[in-house]
Design a protein around this ligand. Structure first.
Ligand code: FAD
Length: 384
C-alpha cells in the first residue's frame, strides 16, 4: 500500500498533534485530526495552561523539518540567559551560553498552535475537525468513536493508524492501558502553579531577553517575555501555601516578604485581581511503556509523557517524538506500521523517561540551587 492510500487519525490538534499532522502530510498519508476544543484561531483567548513556552533545540529542529522554524521564531522572543532576583531586590544574570550565544525562545502557545494548524490545513491530504471529542477507541479494529458537539452526532471512523496526541489525560492512552503489559507510572506533585501577568505598558520594568527567576527555596516565580512587550509570570508553590493566601492582606505580606520587587512590576491591583480570582493548576508527571499497540495505535506528546514543566521540555520532547516518528517512517515506512511503532517505543523510552526525571530534578535546581555556591549545589545534587 502506498502512503497516499494509508489513513491516519490524529486525536488532538494541540501543539504536538498539529505538528505531527504536518510531518505525516509531507509523507503523503491521508490525515484526519480530531480536536475536542473549538478552533483556537476563531475562539477567544483562554487562560489556563501556560501562555508562553520555552522553545529549545529539540523543538526547533522539528519545526525546521517541516519548514516552520523561521515563521515561529519571527513570533518568538529570544532569552539569552536567566536573571535571578534576590529578596533584597538585587539581580544577577547568568548567560545560557557564553561561548556560542545560543539561546532559548519564549513563544506564545496560541500563536504556535495557530501556525501549526494553519500549516497542517494547507496540505490537501489533511482534514481538521474541531469540537470533535474522542469517546472510545477499538484498537484492534482501528476504530474511533467521536462526539461532534456542533452537530451532536456520534461519528464512527476508522484508519490504518490512530495517533493519540490528546494530552496528559489522553483517552487513547486510557484504551492502551487496557492492553496486556502496558505500564503506567503516574504521580502528582504537591506543588501547583498560578499565572500572573505584566502588561506591555509595564514590560520595560523587566530586563528584556532574559528568563527572570525569583528562586526562594520552597517555591519560585518566573517570568517569560511575550512578543507584544508583556510578560507572563508563573508562581510555583505548594498547593497548601496557595490555599493559605486567601486575602489581600495575606497576599501583600507574602509578596513583600518574598517578592518585593515584583509588586511594582506586576502592579498591586493587578496582582490582587489575578491572584485572588484564580485557583492554582496541578502538575502531573507520567511515564509509560510501550507507546504503541501493534501496528494500530501510538501515543505521542503529553499523552505519552506528561512531565513537570521545570525543564521546559514537555513540548520540545513532544516535537522530538514527531521527528523520531518521521525518521523511522523514512527508513521503515514502506513496510507496515508495526516495525515503525515498535522501534518508536524502543527509541523513545529511555530518553523520555530521563527527561521526565530531569524535569523533576530541575525544580530543585531552579527554585533553590541556582542561588547557591557550587559546592553546596554539588552536595544537594549528590543527596538528591
Ligand atoms: P496538549 O497541549 O495538552 O494538547 C492536547 C490536545 O488534545 C488539546 O488541544 C486537547 O483539547 C485535545 N484533546 C484532549 N482530549 C481529547 C479528546 N478526547 N478528543 C479530541 N481532542 C482531545 N513545554 C516546553 O517545551 N517548554 C516550556 O517552557 C513549557 N512550559 C510549560 C509550563 C507549564 C505551566 C505547563 C503546564 C506546561 C509547560 N510545558 C512546556 C509543557 C507543554 O505545555 C506540553 O508538553 C505540551 O502542551 C504538550 O502538547 P500536546 O499537544 O502533547 O498536549
Amino acid at each position: 500500500m502506498s502512503n497516499d492510500t494509508k489513513s491516519v487519525i490524529i486525536i488532538g490538534g494541540g501543539l504536538v498533534g498539529s505538528l505531527c499532522a504536518c510531518f505525516l502530510a509531507k509523507r503523503g498519508y491521508q490525515i484526519q485530526v480530531y480536536e475536542a476544543r473549538e478552533d483556537l484561531r476563531k475562539a477567544k483567548h483562554q487562560r489556563g495552561k501556560s501562555i508562553n513556552l520555552a522553545l529549545s533545540h529539540r523543538g526547533r529542529f522539528a519545526l525546521r523539518s517541516v519548514g516552520l522554524e523561521e515563521k515561529v521564531l519571527e513570533n518568538a522572543v529570544p532569552m539569552e540567559g536567566r536573571l535571578l532576583h534576590s529578596i533584597s531586590n538585587a539581580t544577577k544574570s547568568i548567560a545560557y551560553d557564553k561561548h556560542t550565544n545560543q539561546c532559548i525562545y519564549s513563544v506564545s502557545r496560541n500563536i504556535l498552535n495557530e501556525i501549526l494548524l494553519t500549516a497542517a490545513e494547507k496540505y490537501p491530504n489533511v482534514k481538521l475537525f474541531f469540537q470533535c471529542k474522542l469517546k472510545d477507541v477499538f484498537l484492534k479494529e482501528g476504530k474511533c468513536v467521536i462526539y461532534d458537539s456542533k452537530t451532536k452526532e456520534i461519528l464512527n471512523i476508522e484508519a490504518d493508524l490512530i495517533i493519540g496526541a490528546d494530552g496528559a489525560f489522553s483517552r487513547v492512552r486510557r484504551c492502551l492501558q487496557q492492553t496486556p503489559l502496558f505500564h503506567l507510572n503516574q504521580s502528582y506533585i504537591e506543588h501547583g502553579y498560578l499565572e500572573l501577568s505584566v502588561p506591555s505598558e509595564r514590560g520595560h520594568l523587566l530586563v528584556p531577553n532574559l528568563l527572570h527567576i525569583w528562586p526562594r527555596g520552597e517555591f519560585m516565580m518566573i517570568a517569560l517575555p511575550n512578543s507584544d512587550g508583556s510578560w507572563t509570570v508563573t508562581l510555583f508553590m505548594s498547593l497548601e501555601k496557595f490555599k493559605e493566601i486567601d486575602s489581600k492582606k495575606k497576599l501583600k505580606i507574602f509578596f513583600e516578604q518574598h517578592f518585593p520587587d515584583a509588586i511594582d512590576i506586576i502592579g498591586k491591583e493587578a496582582l490582587e485581581r489575578e491572584f485572588l480570582s484564580s485557583s492554582p493548576n496541578y502538575f502531573i508527571s507520567l511515564k509509560c511503556n510501550p507507546y504503541h499497540f501493534q501496528d494500530r495505535a501510538l501515543i505521542i506528546g503529553d499523552a505519552a509523557h506528561a512531565m513537570v514543566p521545570f525543564y521546559g521540555q514537555g513540548m520540545n520532547c513532544g516535537f522530538e517524538d514527531c521527528t523520531v516518528l518521521d525518521q523511522l517512517l523514512e527508513v521503515h515506512g514502506k513496510c507496515s506500521f508495526d516495525i515503525v511503532l515498535e522501534k518508536f517505543t524502543q527509541r523513545r523510552r529511555e530518553d523520555v523517561h530521563a527527561i521526565c526525571d530531569l524535569a523533576m530534578y530541575n525544580y530543585i535546581e531552579m527554585r533553590d540551587l541556582v542561588t547557591r555556591p557550587t559546592f553546596h549545589a554539588r552536595k544537594i545534587i549528590d543527596d538528591f
